[in-house]
Design a protein around this ligand. Sequence first.
Ligand code: NAD
Length: 259
Amino acid sequence: MAIKGKTAVVTGSTSGIGLGIAQALARAGCNVVMNGLGTEKDNEKAIADVRSHGVRVAFDPANMLRHNQIADMIAKAERDFGSVDILVNNAGIQHVAPVEEFPIEQWDAIIAINLSSAFHTVRAALPGMKKRKWGRIINICSAHSLRASPFKSAYVSAKHGLAGFTKAVALEVAELGITSNAISPGFVWTPLVEKQIPDLAKSENINEDQAKRKVLARQPTSRFVTVEQVAALAAFLASEEAASITGANYSIDGGWTAQ
Ligand code: NAD
């Protein structure tokens, strides 16, 4: 895949899916600007993992809640690396509660991090992509960009919004060598999901295997999607070979949304 030497910015890449995507792009020869919250120790380990592929790696601590920090992150990446060619909007959070009890600050944070941050990164990165007539925008959505679940109103709204934003951007830049696509995973085995299993087992008075099966009830394969599978799809969408794929929303959900 001919993306060697390109520069990628991957938001929320210190953990889980974002880290997997940063690794896959580095393996393909891309320089990577990593981003995320988390402890310095965890971040350093993630950065060292990506750097082990022999590419240039930087870390930017921009908070996806702050549009000024997002704009600065893109500007700094362009200054230090010469371009932002691949932009992966991956940072995301979740909160589960009935609508009428949903904390307002959690609603605002989910919309800001899972949806608006992609507007801010794309807004900042597009002028450079247009100038170079090459760009890849990849938005990590979710099966919840296509289906709803109770108690996840903010997440479902943000992911549906992000899927729409992906298509609108794709149409605006279709003739300019820039693609905009979404990836919609089902349940992926990441620290985020792993941590929920003991809690679910405890609250439902079941063992951890039963808790995993309960989580997987919507996924016909009865298996978690892996980080590596999502990362491989992202690396393909970033490649030269994917130049004619734009405005698409790829499900990678073990058959969830086929139902
Ligand atoms: P994760 O918790 O392992 O990683 C989330 C990343 O986002 C971390 O690096 C974290 O530091 C970063 N982040 C959170 N808030 C941030 C902020 N304000 N500013 C900057 N960075 C911030 O989660 P994950 O499971 O890898 O999820 C990654 C993406 O994939 C999310 O958008 C999520 O909605 C989506 N997704 C996950 C699953 C799943 O089952 N794990 C399924 C579908 C979609």
